[in-house]
Design a binder for this molecule. Structure first.
Ligand code: ATP
Ligand code: MG
Length: 367
């Protein structure tokens, strides 16, 4: 008998054989890092980690895995399966008042000579006789899962949900603009979940926000230990920008040019580190810089893919994901209003005006 964690792939299973193998291998390497020293094996449609169950929750952060279970591994012998299943039921009975159970078998190793319903019947009968528990297939107090793989039988009572999606790195990498707010970490997560490795860039204007951005980045190391964090000073630029705009009597445009600089610098970083896109947490209409007009103006002349995974989501929907991925509490832990935001930031910037101002700004300050 061995202690293991069995991990199930989701979408990976729908890919062609070559892509599947590459993704499985990638996940195997990531889990080997996560559980350093533990053996990790790909067995058909499952990934098996040979480890005790103390760190089982680490798997819940790993994109590419839809669900996982701490499982006991034994051989293929039906007698042994019955005995182990009875033991699991008795262990549960010893700690909890339970009345019913259900057994569900998955025979992934098709050469195994007994069919799943037959195994369910035999094992179910043995548990019933040994424990006096009733069978309840709909709402059992105890669920015993049995998966028969090529190299053994795995029994479990818990099934945890994973992140799903694709293994990180499978889709190359992106630069993700990270503020200290709620939205940008969610945007990064949605890209990470689809296989993109994240390099965060934070534009520092405020110590508190910078601290939050750093904490958010550290949280992302749980999803992918190769996540990067790059800090770009932004105060001096904004000071100069404010002065120039004031001279032109166009201070209402400061958010547009602030974001334009962020995108320009992010694109430059992306090209340097060979990332293939820039991600922001923009959501349509949420604030002044996120109107259709302003998004268009800010992005003008940028010849590089900009991704906005939250564009169609409401704040409440975004918050829900932030809570689910564990970034919400960090994001709301303190909140300092940007000191450069004017009382009435421009909502529908004028394209010609922006072109004129851009020429002045780009001549006077270096991006
Ligand atoms: P968030 O909740 O992500 O802070 P927000 O609703 O406050 O977003 P904005 O301040 O307009 O909206 O920012 C829009 C996007 O620009 C952010 O989602 C983020 O991707 C990027 N961004 C804003 N501020 C910074 C910053 N200081 N450093 C890096 N990126 C930033
Ligand atoms: Mg913000």
């Amino acid at each position: 008998m061995e202690y293991t964690i069995i991990c199930r792939f989701g979408e990976i299973g729908t890919k062609g054989r070559k892509a599947q193998n590459s993704m499985k291998r990638r996940l195997k390497e990531q889990i080997e890092k996560l559980f350093s020293g533990s053996k990790v094996e790909i067995v058909g449609g499952r990934l098996v980690v040979y480890t005790d169950w103390s760190n089982v929750k680490k798997i819940s952060y790993l994109p590419g895995i839809v669900s996982f279970s701490p499982a006991i591994k034994i051989g293929h012998n039906l007698n042994e399966i019955e005995k182990t299943a009875v033991q699991l039921a008795r262990d549960k009975q010893a700690t909890q008042e339970i009345k019913s159970f259900a057994v569900r078998v998955k025979r992934l190793y098709l050469e195994y000579p007994i069919k799943s319903p037959d195994i369910e019947r035999v094992v179910g009968g043995t548990i019933k006789d040994a424990t006096n528990l009733n069978v309840d297939l709909k709402h059992p107090d105890l669920f015993i899962g049995i998966e028969i793989l090529r190299n053994g039988t795995y029994l479990y009572t818990d099934k945890f949900t994973g992140v799903g999606g694709l293994p990180v790195g499978e889709q190359g990498s992106v630069v993700s603009l990270l503020s200290g707010g709620i939205d940008s970490p969610v945007a990064a997560f949605l890209m990470l979940k689809r296989g993109a490795r994240i390099a965060f860039v934070h534009f520092a204007t405020d110590k508190g926000e910078e601290e939050k951005a750093r904490k958010l980045y550290e949280h992302f190391l749980l999803f992918d230990h190769k996540t990067k964090f790059i800090l770009v000073p932004h105060n001096e630029y904004l000071d100069d920008l404010r002065k120039i705009l004031k001279k032109c009597d166009k201070e209402r445009y400061i958010c547009v040019f602030c974001k334009r600089r962020m995108l320009n610098v992010a694109v430059r970083i992306a090209k340097k580190i060979k990332a293939e896109g820039v991600v922001t947490g923009d959501s349509l209409g949420q604030v002044a810089s996120q109107t259709l007009r302003n998004i268009q103006i800010i992005q003008k002349n940028i010849d590089f893919p900009i991704y906005r995974p939250l564009i169609g989501l409401d704040k409440l929907e975004i918050e829900k994901i932030a809570i689910y991925i564990g970034t919400y509490d960090i994001s709301i832990s303190a909140n300092s209003q940007c000191q450069f935001v004017p009382k009435y930031p421009i909502i529908k910037g004028n394209e010609e005006e922006v072109a004129k101002l851009s020429a002045v700004i780009d001549k006077e300050i270096e991006t």
